[in-house]
Structures are given as structure tokens and as C-alpha cells.
Design a protein around this ligand. Structure first.
Ligand SMILES: Cc1ncc(COP(=O)(O)O)c(C=O)c1O
Length: 385
């Protein structure tokens, strides 16, 4: 049997591989603690679940949803952007619901690039930026996010030819996996650079609400000129503990939103309406969950930082996201340390190089695990060294 060449180029999906390892180890009787995938353990708030149940009982919602999403959901997204970020969005032309932001990120290359084109991707970055490009026959060029630059891309360091050839740049702040935040002026510089080089910006912002110590994360779209050069992906997954529901959106530049929407009409048939009604409830109902989760993650972040200090692993204290990005000890690579920790401590951490070559030398520790298990995992890592 002959399969597509692009399948040969498609690396196994990081978390699918990690899942396999967890299953293997558990089958051997190991009590595995996973600090791998960013998947909140706390439940979705009850008001959102109740709305889903109510709407699932309405037969009108059992039929195909609209390709462009429920008008009421698109309006709720536009209202949330206005209230939260001061950004005006036309809910008809500038907002498009997605089956989780991952889905849109995987399809955006098909909408704005042709085979053989060049796209820029943050390195390290969310793995889909790379694989979306591969699936579309596009050439992904890594833009390193280095610690000495506060894990921000050095825009001036991107050579003239690469900048001129590139048609899109995917990146995200607050950042997964480094947990870095955009510094003042970064988005202004990015927008100016994108305009000069005719590069579409795809900013991915699922962690805007998971912030600590009083930090308030911006939207890329709140900066002048952003809508002329790009779009922002967002999601209910992390803000409302809804990873399993598969609901997010893209918003911003109407041409890009329309193109992605057109691609999607040929691939999927939208999000179950009952889930979209639950999404409206998430955005418009009580917001206590956000502060509650910030407190939980702040506590866990502090636990991890204290433990890493004792273990002797270096990491910057995150102001946002559910991740701590730590340097591996001397003598280890990202992969060898992740393997060591799994084999000797039964703990899963993500190897930094799985997010791109510039992630080498780091591991990512996720805070989406109950406090007692997190403390135990850290204790086990300490003992393993
Ligand atoms: C940076 C980033 N973008 C996108 C996603 C995908 O989120 P969703 O659940 O909306 O597909 C994630 C999930 O971890 C992420 O970390």
C-alpha cells in the first residue's frame, strides 16, 4: 500500500505519543503522574453543563449547525472582546467559531498559503503550527524564541529574504510552552513588521485569562493596525475548563476569517449547537471560575517554583499560562531527562525539543494536576536525581 508522502513528513503527535507511554507504564503497574498535557483537572462550571443539557434536549439543535456558527455565539464572542479588550469586531464578518482553536490552527495554512509557500512558526511553539504547514505542503521556517530575548522573536533578526518570502507567522503570548508574556511594545513592533513584509499574523491567545500576580494579558487585536495584518485564535478550553468540549474561534481580519471559513465548509459542518449555547453561557454567565482557577494555578506555580529551586533546576516564574518551562540538569538533553523522569519517578514531563529545536535543553511542567499529585510528582523527581 502506498500512502501520501506528507504522512512520512508528519511527526507523531506529541501528546498521542505521551498517552501511549502512560498506558504502557500503567500496564506495568506504575502509578504514573502526568505533568504532560495542559488539560485542566477541575470540572467545567455547572451553569455551562446545565445549559448544554437544556439545549441538547431541544430537537432543533439535533440538525446540522450553521457553517458560520450560531449568530448568538458570534455576537457573544464580539461582546466579550469589546468588554475584555476594548476590541470592536463585526460578529458576521470578523468572528468564526472553531471546533477548538487547534482545528483552525491546523486548517489556516490551507486558507492562506499555497503549496511550496513559506510560513514562519514560533520555535518552540504549539506543535500544530508546524504540522498544519506540513499538511498543506507549506515550508515551515522556525523563528527561535530565546531566553536572552525573553522568549520573544527577534523580528529584526529575521533575514530580509525570509521575511519577504513568508506569508504568515503563527505565534502565541502568553506563551505555550515557555510561559513568557509579550512585553510592552512587542505587538506594535510585530504589526509594523508584518505590514512592511506583507506577512499575515496568526496570534494564538488561549491563555489570556490564566494570569497571575495581577498581570492582565492583552489581545493582539487591541493594538492599532492589528486587524489589517492578522487574526487571533481563542478558545474556551483553558478559561472555563472546557478542553473536552471542542469550542473556540478565530477573529480579526475579515478576509482571513472568510478564507478559513470557506475551507471549513468543505471539511466540517460546524459545532453542535447545544455546545455553542453552552459557549454563550460561559462567556456571559458568572465569571467566578476565572479568579478561582487563577488562585489554584498560582498556588501550584509557587509549589513548582519552590520545588525546582530545591532540586536545582532553573526556571523563570510564570506570570501566565499553566506551564513552567525549566532547564534540564547538566548532562541531560530534553528527551533523556524526560525519559529519566518517567523511568525512575513515573512522572511525565514534556521534552522541550518536541516544541521545536529551540526547546532543546528544557522541559515543560504542566500545572493541570491536583495539588497533592503535583507535590508527589515533584518529590519523586527530586528523589530521582
Ligand atoms: C498555544 C495553544 N494553542 C491552541 C491550543 C488548542 O486549544 P483548543 O482546545 O482550543 O483546541 C492549545 C492547547 O493546549 C495551546 O496551548
Amino acid at each position: 500500500m502506498k500512502l501520501a508522502r506528507r504522512i512520512d513528513n508528519l511527526p507523531p503527535y506529541l501528546f498521542a505519543e505521551i498517552d501511549k507511554k502512560v498506558v504502557e507504564k500503567r500496564a506495568q503497574g506504575v502509578d504514573v503522574i502526568s505533568l504532560g498535557i495542559g488539560d485542566p483537572v477541575e470540572p467545567t462550571p455547572q451553569n455551562i453543563i446545565d445549559k448544554l443539557c437544556e439545549q441538547a434536549n431541544n430537537p432543533a439543535n439535533h440538525r446540522y449547525p450553521s457553517y458560520s456558527g450560531l449568530p448568538a455565539f458570534r455576537q457573544a464572542i464580539a461582546k466579550w472582546y469589546k468588554e475584555r479588550f476594548g476590541v470592536d469586531l463585526d460578529p458576521v464578518t470578523e468572528v468564526l467559531p472553531l471546533i477548538g482553536s487547534k482545528e483552525g490552527l491546523a486548517h489556516i495554512d490551507l486558507a492562506v498559503l499555497d503549496p511550496g509557500d513559506t510560513t514562519l512558526i514560533a520555535d518552540p511553539g504549539y506543535p500544530n503550527y508546524n504540522t498544519g504547514a506540513i499538511l498543506a505542503g507549506v515550508n515551515p521556517v522556525h523563528v527561535p524564541l530565546l531566553e536572552e530575548n525573553d522568549f520573544l522573536p527577534d523580528l529584526e533578526g529575521i533575514d530580509v529574504k525570509t521575511a519577504r518570502d513568508a506569508k504568515m507567522f503563527l505565534l502565541n503570548y502568553p506563551n505555550n510552552p515557555t510561559s513568557a508574556i509579550a512585553t510592552d511594545g512587542f505587538f506594535n513592533d510585530l504589526i509594523a513588521w508584518a505590514g512592511n513584509n506583507q506577512v499575515i499574523i496568526g496570534h494564538d491567545n488561549p491563555y489570556s485569562e490564566i494570569t497571575f500576580d495581577g498581570y492582565v494579558a492583552p489581545s493582539f487585536l487591541q493594538y492599532p493596525g492589528a486587524k489589517d495584518v492578522g487574526v487571533e485564535f481563542h478558545s474556551l478550553s483553558k478559561t472555563y475548563n472546557m478542553t473536552g468540549w471542542r469550542i473556540g474561534w478565530v477573529c480579526g481580519n475579515a478576509q482571513v476569517v472568510e478564507a478559513l471559513g470557506r475551507v471549513k465548509t468543505h471539511i466540517d459542518s460546524g459545532i453542535f449547537n447545544a455546545i455553542q449555547y453552552a459557549g454563550i453561557e460561559a462567556l456571559e454567565g458568572p465569571q467566578d471560575i476565572i479568579q478561582d482557577m487563577r488562585e489554584i494555578y498560582t498556588r501550584r506555580r509557587n509549589t513548582v517554583m519552590e520545588a525546582l529551586d530545591k532540586i536545582g533546576l532553573k526556571a523563570r516564574k510564570p506570570k501566565a499560562t499553566i506551564y513552567v518551562w525549566a532547564r534540564v540538569p547538566e548532562g541531560y538533553s530534553s528527551a533523556s531527562f524526560a525519559t529519566h523522569v518517567l523511568d525512575t519517578a513515573g512522572v511525565i514531563v514534556s521534552p522541550g525539543n518536541a516544541y521545536g529545536p529551540s526547546g532543546e535543553g528544557f522541559i515543560r511542567i504542566c500545572l493541570s494536576v491536583k495539588d497533592d499529585r503535583l507535590a508527589e510528582a515533584l518529590e519523586r523527581i527530586k528523589d530521582s536525581l
